[in-house]
Design a binder for this molecule. Sequence first.
Ligand code: SAM
Length: 282
Amino acid sequence: MKNHDTRGTLYVIATPIGNLKDITFRAIEVLKTVAWIAAEDTRHSSALMKQYGINTPLKSFHEHNEHQRLQDIENALLQGQDIAIISDAGTPLISDPGYILVQNLSEKGFKISPLPGPCAAIAALSCSGLPTENFLFKGFLPAKTAGRCAQLETCQQETATVVFYEAPHRLLDTLEDMIKVFGENRFAVIAREITKTFEQFQRGSLASLLAYFKTHEEQCRGEIVICIAGAPAKKTSEIDAEKILKLLLTELPVKKAAAVAAEITGLRKNELYQLALKLGTA
Ligand code: SAM
């Protein structure tokens, strides 16, 4: 076996999600110089190759031959060749093939290097107007209502923005299921056809979005990302605070009870002190 310094590198390269100009100079350079490119759909990727004069051989790499291709890629890397992996659009591995490959090669200590670029989830989130400091990416939901609702329920109380990919013909059914689980007032953003001619960001409550797309069925087309606002963080209610204070007052003096209750509830110490005094005299 070759020593590690002579082994090739696997480049994980992001490609455009619509507008062919959304590719980096480095991505083009590396795609031109690797030994071959593992592409999800070679016919689909040849348009991009043609656009940028990339003549590197393409070999198919999809979920049905990922295990077999893994061996070919590993052999090439062992011979010192560099290999690139691309998907039909955006960042490989993000709701796209490549995980088995990267997991396997990383365990064996191969060098794997990303060439970052477009990703529909990040593009949608960045322009959604929803909070971005925390978010949860859920990828595609199950196709049938029962499975979809079960998945949605797992993030019903999620306070971070939740991002989904969705197929256009399921948009209305999915919005209906989202209303069942999150309620009709939950704010959401439908990002459609990002970077393409008919790019659209439609914002509003789930109910208003459903009404909109029901009356604009011609817009239930193209590629879609759904971003949903997180659930409001639960505040400890005054009733909870009162319960906690009452319990603490059976063991502690007023000042100490208010301080401990403030620690537990996150409410202001002074407010709780006043409440404790009232409870003490009640
Ligand atoms: N790997 C890709 C990425 O980095 O975004 C995602 C691949 S996944 C198979 C395809 C899904 O991504 C589409 O069904 C859609 O939900 C979303 N998507 C891809 N391109 C998009 C675009 N231009 N606008 C909106 N959503 C897009």
